[in-house]
Every structure is written in C-alpha cells, then in structure tokens.
Design a protein around this ligand. Structure first.
Ligand SMILES: *Cc1c(COP(=O)(O)O)cnc(C)c1O
Length: 386
C-alpha cells in the first residue's frame, strides 16, 4: 500500500491521551526505584476494582496474559472446547490452542451487530464445551443474557473478552462482571493504555486468587512481600508464569483510568459526527448505529457495500491522510487456524459475508469533530468513485 509514513497521517487510526500527568506519575515510580509489581500495582488493582464494582482485580502484563490466565483457571484438557466469535483478535483463540484445547468459532449476529450470535453458540455446544468467550466488539456489549443462558444450561464457564470495553455499564453492572471471568487490555491503542497491560476480574474469589498466584509462578509470597517481611521462603503449589505488570505500567494505567470519562465523551461526539455524515452513503452499513445502551466506542467500524474494492478505498483514504485498519481478519482465515477442527463447525455465514467489507475508521479522543467529518467525507468520495 502506498501509505505515507506515520508522521504524515493527517488523522491516525488510534492515539492515546498521555500527557504531563502520566509523565509525572511514571517519573515518580522511577525515582522510587521499585519497578516490578508493588504499591502502584496494588493501587491500580484497587482503583480498577472500585470503578468496576468488584472486591478485587488482578493486574497483568497484557490482555493476552489476562486471557491466558483465564483459560489456565479452567484447567483445560486436550479435546476440551471453547466457543468464541470467529471475528475476534487471534489472542483469544491462541490461548485455547496453547492449552491443547479447541477454539470453536461461532458466527456474529449480523453486519450491523458484530458480536457473537448466541443461537450459533448454542448450536455449537457439545459434551466437550468448557467455556464460551463473549467479545464486546468495538466496546458494544455482546448478548450476555442469552450467552449466560447457554453456559448455565450446559455447566460451561462464561468468559468476557472486554479488551474493547473498559467501564461500560450494561444491565446494571459493568462489562467484565457479567461472566465468570472478565479480561481487559491496556495495549497502546486501547481506550485505557499502560503501553502494555491487562486486568482480570472473577466472580469467584477462589478463582481470582488462583489467577493472582498463577500470574507470578504460583509463588506463595512475592518479592514485594519478602522485601517487607524479611522472610526469604516460598512454596509453589501450582504451575504459573510471569505475567506481572511493571510499576511503570501500573502508574500509567492509574492516570489513564481517571481520564476514561472524558475520553468516552469525546468518542461519543466523534461517533455521532461519523454517523451523521455517513448516513448519506447508500448501502454502507454502520454497525451498532441502532444500539441505545452504553459503549466504550473503542472502534469506528463500517461494513462497505458488497463488491467494494476495500484495498482501493483504503488507498484513497490513505491519500487523504486518513489511516484505516481492519478489525479483524476472521480467525479461520489465518493460516494456523484454517484447518483447525473448531474452524469448520459453523458455516460462519455473516462473518464470511462481511470479512472483506470491514473497515475501521480513525477514532480516538485527540480527534476533533472536524477530523471525523473530514475522514467521513473522504470515505464518501472514495465510495462514489467506485
Ligand atoms: C487487544 C486485544 C487483545 C489482546 O490484548 P493485548 O493487551 O494486546 O495482549 C485480546 N482481545 C481483543 C479483542 C483485543 O482487542
């Protein structure tokens, strides 16, 4: 693609709100010289738990680590199955495959609702189904009530991949707390960023405590504890990894969490502008435009008219300085998963119909409404030229 170098984008796909506040917080951590999980991490966990309405939360090094720890908590065995949308980030499938289990791919509901279809999920349940993963695409809630009915009926676990959806209220509680385990990401492009980072919440305290142990080799005491107590001994009663966040990331995340309400407001205005301008485009689908509830508005996806040359549209937008992306190439289109036993169970009719038509437009809170109007107008021009 003849995209201009990064600095020449007029409007980048994503950006963050990092400023002097984060710089001050991070500098303070560096001056303290305690850099791995400690007081900042504990404070980040407390503040996240307070805001999301849980007793506790476990900060980790990435959203992928959060999902991996969730799957480890299920004690998946070879042959076990975990159902998830085909239209998700590959991390969700990888953590299941790495456990020797089978990611079973379900369809999404419709071109204008890109969350997993509970009817297809119900159809895909077998005696081996251990869990269902609900991914809140672009920050819009998946149909949790319907998915919960399916998991309850079959004794399966409901995991929420809420990487797109920090602090979104739905049916009286936050996303991530409807299921048994909720996973969040603080990657550089997410609404709350720590550079890299993640968080896990769990309905059951015992599950959450096991996830906290597995985050740090299942050690009974941490380096932080040993520093404070002077006791050098520890035991290991399970298999774990090092998925701890750094104190630098935790300090960054704490400041970012406080900025989320303003970020949400800006995104709301941008999405309204996009929808207003793009309503003029015949056959262009604006996913979730009919939703009335809360959303993190993480992405601004559109589904191009059938038969559109997406590459040409992206070239046209790039020429106008507008960066775009695709969320996502469906998991079953990726080489590693193409012949996976869980890839062919569902016809994936909607996913396959929209896969080549999905396009994500720039959306971040450093954009002005004029930026959104400009990007939308550029898309309209590209569509008229086809
Ligand atoms: C970002 C993301 C992840 C992975 O999070 P990382 O922090 O990048 O590891 C997982 N699932 C979804 C839906 C994501 O958007």
């Amino acid at each position: 693609m003849s995209a201009p170098p990064a600095r020449h984008w007029r409007i980048t796909l994503a950006d963050n709100t990092v400023d002097e506040h984060e710089i001050a917080a991070v500098t303070e951590v560096l001056r303290s010289r305690w850099l791995s999980a400690g007081a900042q991490t504990a404070a980040f966990e407390r503040e996240f738990a307070d805001r999301i309405g849980t007793d506790d939360a476990v900060a980790v090094s990435s959203g992928t680590a959060a999902l991996h720890l969730a799957m480890m908590a299920l004690d998946l065995r070879p042959g076990d199955e975990v159902i998830m949308p085909a239209l998700t980030f590959v991390a969700g499938a990888a953590v299941v495959a790495l456990a020797g289990a089978i990611p079973v791919l379900a369809d999404v509901r419709a071109p204008d609702d890109l969350t997993v279809d509970p009817v297809d999920v119900a159809r895909l349940v077998t005696g081996q189904t251990r869990a269902v993963v609900a991914m809140h695409y672009a920050g819009y809630p998946a149909d949790l009530a319907a998915l919960r009915a399916v998991t309850d009926r079959h004794g399966a676990v409901l995991v929420e991949d809420a990487a797109h959806a920090p602090m979104v209220e739905h049916d009286g509680r936050m996303l991530g707390t409807h299921g048994d385990i909720g996973c969040f990401s603080f990657f550089a492009t997410k609404n709350v960023t720590a550079g890299e980072g993640g968080m896990v919440v769990a309905r059951d305290d015992a599950v959450r405590d096991r996830i906290r142990l597995a985050r740090s080799h299942h050690l009974t005491t941490s380096t932080w504890d040993r520093l404070r107590s002077g006791d050098a001994s520890y035991d290991v009663a399970g298999f774990g990894l090092n998925y701890r966040p750094t104190e630098v990331a935790a300090a960054l995340g704490r400041v970012q969490l406080g900025k989320l309400p303003l970020d949400r407001e800006r995104r709301r205005s941008l999405v309204a502008t996009y929808r207003e301008v793009l309503a003029a485009a015949p056959e262009l689908v604006l996913p979730f435009a009919g939703r009335t509830g809360d959303s993190a508005l993480h992405l601004m996806p559109v589904v191009l008219p059938a038969g559109t040359d997406r590459g040409a549209v992206r070239e046209g937008l790039a020429a106008a300085g507008v960066q775009t992306s695709v969320h996502y190439p469906p998991v079953h289109h990726l080489s590693a998963y193409r012949s996976s036993p869980g890839a062919g169970r569902s016809a994936l009719t909607v996913t396959n119909a929209v896969a080549a038509r999905l396009l994500s437009l720039p959306l971040h809170s450093r954009m002005s409404d004029d930026d959104a109007a400009l990007a939308a107008a550029a898309l309209l021009r590209c569509l008229r030229q086809r």
